[in-house]
Design a protein around this ligand. Structure first.
Ligand SMILES: O=C(O)CCC(=O)C(=O)O
Ligand SMILES: [Fe+2]
Length: 554
């Protein structure tokens, strides 16, 4: 897939940018506040020669004073008639602990606290109200939460000659339905306890152990952490029953099979919530607030990806990864992961990640940044580091560096890219932005990812705005027709949407070591797709008597 082949000449380019542009504290700061929430192209131009992102901050010495804010102040003479380009705003992190106040809606200010300079990362308590958190969860449940999938499931299935097996759909649907309590056509860890041969009724097998079982006995062919009808059928067809029983009795006897160290790249479920066209009052309010918070052009914020809600149960985690991909020539930004071309003509382009914590977590579940504030993030250095400990393994190495505790309503925001000072537009990916979700040990973790997508080619971004926001009647009609079509297709066909660009291990020079890791993992080919972790935004599954070739649909 595109992601797998990403280790090309642009690899390592990130490293050359360490410490420059936005993260540069030497940039002079003005005394007046920037304008906010208004596509403040010209406003930044007064910051001569600086990154567009340098925030003008008049409160840094007044931390704690309720009334002091970096509210909007119109600056005079800041309109440069020659350069009408929008510049991408990026806050200057100043230093860890730095506090500023930002007006996110009329008269409502939030505190933006710097938690890292590299990458520029900020924490905002109470960005969402408890009601808003609940509403987002509700919308996610309505949309249906599905487990993240991995790219390559079709490859995994392709080894099976379906013409040689007789599949009695009716019989299997019935058998499957007996286990599939919530009729979502997929067996989660609880349901599988009633269905998988060899498992005893009422027996408590932790998800992590089931996960290991799936991996080691190759039960979960699409590596989504769940058993679907076809997988269940193949378990019986290939007489894996005895193998499973043996495996479990070894586990019961305390003779634990080798548990993969890293385990699966990601164990969580997710759902997508409409963003751009949402008419839900909560989402609309958040959209406006995010525009104010990010100080980005409204069109940029609005044309960004849908909100991704993620739920983790105990044992769930998300190893360190980048949310976005390196900039590559002729690879346009994909503003909606729904249409992602896995063959690689499009690129994830998440300039900003805003992550909302929708509830407290009783144990674990921090968001970790294994490379935050590192002076050196060169490939060489990281390789060395990895031989010391696998910093991408957030099941085992969560607490080595910066990590953020989930707290109801809190948001964290960070930049995945630098800004080019000359153009005021996106520059290379920030290597420090590597992050992930530590293992949840107790309780349920609910978060939402709000990715602000920006095309690295300015003109392409402007074309998008023109298409989306000033459409002619014809355009409008064409777009809406087209979108419906795409959704329909995606829901029943290949719906593998990379939710992050690539695992840290994919970085050039590290692929081998990542493969080493994979070999550790019992050579299971489901794991070899670990490099591209995908998600599925839709719950719609096609009901059909025949299993579609090469798909997990039932
Ligand atoms: O769960 C977390 O804290 C991080 C999640 C994340 O990085 C993602 O979903 O891309
Ligand atoms: Fe992420």
């Amino acid at each position: 897939s595109s992601v797998l082949s990403d280790g090309d000449s642009s690899a390592g380019a990130d490293d050359t940018n360490t410490g420059n542009t936005a993260a540069d504290d030497t940039n002079a700061r003005n005394t007046a506040a920037d304008d906010m929430g208004t596509g403040n192209a010209a406003a930044d131009d007064t910051n001569t020669g600086n990154t567009a992102a340098i925030e003008v901050d008049d409160v840094e010495n007044d931390v704690g004073d309720d009334v002091i804010v970096d509210a909007a102040v119109e600056k005079e003479g800041n309109l440069d008639p020659v350069d009408e380009r929008i510049r991408l705003y990026q806050y200057d992190p100043v230093e860890v602990g730095h506090i500023r106040y930002v007006e996110i809606s009329l008269g409502r200010y939030v505190q933006l606290k710097t938690i890292a300079v590299k990458p520029p990362a900020f924490e905002i308590s109470n960005f969402l109200t408890p009601e808003e958190c609940e509403r987002i969860k509700e919308l996610a449940l309505d949309a249906g939460l599905l487990t993240s999938l991995t790219v390559g499931k079709n490859l995994l299935y392709s080894g099976i000659d379906e013409t040689k097996v007789i599949y009695n759909a009716t019989e299997w649907k019935q058998k499957f339905a007996e286990c599939d309590n919530n009729t979502d056509k997929i067996l989660d860890f609880t349901e599988v306890l009633h269905c998988l041969p060899g498992l005893q009724e009422g027996e408590l097998v932790p998800p992590a152990i089931l996960d290991t079982l799936y991996v080691q006995l190759k039960l979960d062919l699409d590596s989504d952490g769940l058993i679907d009808a076809k997988e269940l059928w193949l378990i019986h067809l290939e007489n894996k029953t005895i193998e499973i029983e043996e495996w479990l009795s070894r586990w019961r006897g305390g003779e634990l099979p080798k548990v993969p160290r890293r385990g699966r790249h990601r164990i969580s479920e997710q759902a997508w919530i409409e963003w751009e066209n949402s008419t839900d009052p909560t989402i609309m309010a958040i959209r406006d607030r995010v525009t104010a918070l990010t100080k980005l052009d409204r069109n940029i914020v609005f044309s960004s990806e849908s909100l991704q809600v993620v739920r983790y149960y105990p044992g769930g985690h998300y190893h360190a990864h980048y949310d976005s991909q390196r900039i590559k020539k002729n690879k346009p930004c994909i503003h909606s992961t729904r249409g992602l071309d896995l063959e690689g003509s499009d690129r994830l382009c998440r300039y900003i990640t805003i992550l909302y914590y929708l509830q407290n977590v009783e144990g674990g579940g921090e968001t970790a940044f294994p490379l935050a504030e590192f002076e050196n993030v060169s490939i060489e250095y990281r390789k060395n580091l990895k031989s010391d400990y696998d910093y991408t393994d957030l099941k085992h190495n969560c607490y080595k560096n910066l990590n953020v505790k989930p707290e109801f309503g809190k948001a964290i925001m960070w930049y995945n890219y630098y800004i080019d000072e000359a153009t005021g537009w996106m520059s290379s990916r920030n290597t420090h932005s590597l992050h992930g979700g530590c293992e949840v040990t107790e309780g349920t973790k609910w978060i939402a990812n709000n990715w602000i997508t920006v095309d690295d080619v300015y003109e392409r971004q402007m074309e998008l705005h023109a298409r989306r926001f000033q459409p002619t009647e014809d355009n409008k009609k064409a777009e809406s027709e087209n979108e419906t079509g795409v959704d329909e297709n995606d829901r029943t066909e290949e719906d593998d949407i990379p939710n992050e660009a690539e695992d840290e291990g994919i970085d050039k020079g590290e692929k081998e070591s990542n493969n080493d890791n994979i070999n550790d993992l019992t050579n299971d080919n489901a794991i070899s797709t670990d490099e591209t972790h995908e998600s599925t935004p839709s719950t719609d599954k096609t009901e059909s008597d025949d299993l579609p070739k090469g798909h997990t649909e039932f």
